[in-house]
Design a protein around this ligand. Structure first.
Ligand SMILES: [Zn+2]
Length: 83
């Protein structure tokens, strides 16, 4: 059996760290499909690096929600002339 064939079949079952990073990032903007979530979960179970990455992204997201950055929110729409 060619090692390359084994590699590709392995890749199907286990997404790479890069793919998981992408899924974690995309999961912030859109709802991941069931398959995507399962693959991500399976990878997170065996990969400490991605588990940390996922945790950091979740933390970042929460931080961004509690401290909204300037730019999105309109600035004082009823601003009146100051004396
Ligand atoms: Zn990983």
């Amino acid at each position: 059996m060619k090692p390359a064939a084994m590699e590709s079949s392995k890749k199907r079952l286990k997404p790479t760290c890069r793919e998981v990073h992408r899924l974690v990032s995309e999961g912030m903007d859109r709802q991941l499909s069931l398959v995507e979530r399962i693959r991500m979960r399976l990878h997170l179970m065996v990969c400490g690096a991605c588990t940390r990455f996922n945790g950091q992204m979740a933390l970042l997201r929460r931080a961004m929600h509690s401290f909204p950055l300037d730019g999105g929110a309109p600035r004082d729409p009823e601003q009146k002339d100051k004396p």
